[in-house]
Design a protein around this ligand. Structure first.
Ligand code: S3P
Length: 435
């Protein structure tokens, strides 16, 4: 059953990456940080609980979250394990923070997070002086012991990961001297922007096609006000829905359009999508815009590997709407998709195939044959992955037969308002009868 046209002006909740960082940097700053527009989803609430367990209180007062920071190096030994739920970002960034404190902490997470690779963060942090008390173990649960005498390093990122970059820079704030991360592919730069906003000395130099990002270890961060813009990775589902449901015209106000995050939007425009950034402005050191989208006839495109870091969380929904385009869409450079909340490369391909789409995985590429429509009628296994659930619920708004997903509860990890906002625009979802 296809949706009626989607129409209206809406806002999406705050950006998840910026929300985690606002709480974490607030905890490391001296004085109070007030955060408006914080994403109140499970992943971020877990980070708020974690920084509170470490002695920096994070609480909602009125319409803002207030973090009472303890200054760099000032966090305390927690009395309970730190529980991160589903969140790789919370976990990995906090590993960088814990590394710089003389405390011992146990970190735990749900079944999805407990399968995700932590070596990429533990490796450089151990070079700096972090100890892992279960030698050789590389997945949660883990017990870590930090140090007040971290050694600064120069670290070329072996994978294009903002989480790894941020963990090393956060540890670097606590090391004696300058710590440098070198990235060959630009990843989201919210850590660099926000560290500067808090008063840290961050130097960025482009050299031989790479970015060298350096922080000084004697950082004095001061509590700040932060306004979190709308999350472009959440807006992506509304944009995709409006593109594929005929007659739609939707505007999403106040969305982050930092170029390290907008690869999906570039790709949709290349596909012929009527997607516009209106009223572009800057708020709190980040570019934002209102995104207007109208349903469009889409054409398949080749989405280059170098664009992957700027749209890494958007491939499931891009793949889903590629099936509504005419022609082949090939998405290259997707190795990192295999280690997200699920193996998203496989989960996306399997879900599309179950709904009658011709799709294949070739190494690190995903290739979707767009036929202008999706038969639908299939069941999708979500593997505790919020973006798989939302991508297929979105596709189901325009498929011939309904698409069923096996679980929606984990949508609350990043976008609790998803179903409600879609319904505000005109979409309808149904609980599937028990089989
Ligand atoms: C994030 C970085 C990305 C992204 C995740 C959030 C961040 O992960 O997938 O949802 O806030 O730094 P990687 O840095 O591991 O690619």
């Amino acid at each position: 059953m296809r949706s009626v046209p989607l129409r209206g002006h809406v806002r999406v909740p705050g950006d998840k990456s910026i929300s985690h960082r606002a709480l974490i940097f607030g905890a490391l700053a001296t004085g109070t940080t007030r955060v408006r527009g914080l994403l109140e989803a499970e992943d971020v609430i877990n980070t708020a609980r974690v920084v509170s367990a470490l002695g920096a209180s994070a609480e909602k007062r009125g319409d803002a979250w207030e973090v009472k920071g303890r200054g760099p190096g000032g966090l305390r030994q927690p009395v309970t394990p730190l529980e991160f739920g589903n969140s790789g970002t919370g976990t990995r960034l906090m590993m960088g923070v814990v590394a710089g404190h003389p405390i011992t902490v146990e970190m735990t997470g749900d079944a999805s997070l407990s399968r995700r690779p932590m070596r990429r963060v533990l490796g450089p942090l151990m070079q700096m002086g972090l100890q892992v008390l279960e030698p050789g173990k590389e997945t949660l649960p883990l017990t870590l012991r930090g140090s007040s005498e971290l050694i600064p390093i120069v670290y070329p990122l072996p994978v294009p990961s903002a989480q790894v970059k941020s963990a090393v820079l956060l540890a670097g704030l606590h090391a004696a001297g300058e710590t440098t991360v070198i990235e060959h592919e630009a990843t989201r730069d919210h850590t660099e922007r926000m560290l500067r906003h808090f008063g840290a000395d961050v130097r960025i130099v482009d050299k031989d096609g790479a970015r060298h990002i350096t922080v000084r270890g004697d950082a004095e961060l001061a509590g700040r006000d932060i306004l979190v813009p709308g999350d472009p990775s959440s807006a992506a589902f509304l944009v995709a829905a409006a593109l594929i449901v005929p007659g739609s015209d939707v505007t999403i106000e106040g969305v982050l359009v930092n170029p390290t995050r907008t690869g999906l939007y570039t790709t949709l425009q290349e596909m012929g999508g009527d997607v516009e950034f209106l009223n572009q402005r800057e708020e709190g050191g980040e570019p934002i815009a209102d995104i207007r989208v109208r349903s469009s006839a889409l054409e398949g495109v080749r989405c280059p590997a170098e664009r992957a870091p700027s749209m890494i969380d958007e491939y499931p929904v891009l793949a889903a709407i590629s099936a509504f385009a005419k022609g082949t869409t090939q998405m290259d450079g997707l190795a990192e998709l295999k280690v997200k909340e699920s193996d998203r490369l496989q989960a996306t391909a399997t879900g599309l195939a179950a709904n009658g789409v011709a799709v294949r995985v070739d190494g690190d590429s995903l290739i979707v044959e767009g036929r202008g429509h999706i038969p639908g009628g299939g069941h999708v296994a979500t593997h505790l992955d919020h973006r798989i659930a939302m991508a297929f619920l979105t596709a189901g708004l325009a498929s011939e037969k309904p698409i069923t997903v096996d679980d929606t509860t984990m949508i609350a990890t990043s976008f609790p308002e998803f179903l409600g906002l879609m319904e505000t625009l005109g979409a309808r979802f149904q609980e599937a009868p028990q089989t």
